[in-house]
Structures are given as C-alpha cells and as structure tokens.
Design a protein. Sequence first.
Length: 82
Amino acid sequence: MPNRQVFSTGQTSPISLTLQRREQLLQLVAKRTYKLGESEALQRLLLDTMPIGVVIVDPVTRIIERVNQHVVFYLALQLILY
C-alpha cells in the first residue's frame, strides 16, 4: 500500500492550498485583463475624438505607434498640395 499522508479535520492539504492560490491568481489576471481592456478602449476613444492631430511615438525606438484621423488627413492633404 502506498504511503499516504492523512490530514486531520481542520487542516488543508498542500494541494488544496495550491489549487486555491491558482484560482485566486486566475481571478486576479482576469480582473486586471478586463481593466486593461477598459483603459485601452478609453484611450482609443479619446485619441479618435480629439479635435487635433495626435501622434504617439515610442521614446526609445522613435517608431510611430499610433496616429489619429486628423494626422492622417493632414498628411494626405500635404501630399495633395505639395
């Protein structure tokens, strides 16, 4: 018969604690992912509805990450006029 550890009433097994912690972490990740999605949606809404041109540039790589429609319109107008 294999050696089995028996826990008396009131004690929680290490496996049970591990599963509980895993569930807590999964819930935390889901909550933070939801909040991140909300934050990104708000950022997109603000950027897309601002009445001025906005360009977001990575400060390290200097790569343009995002522009709003006002910038696109301005650049297209510059190409047409010049």
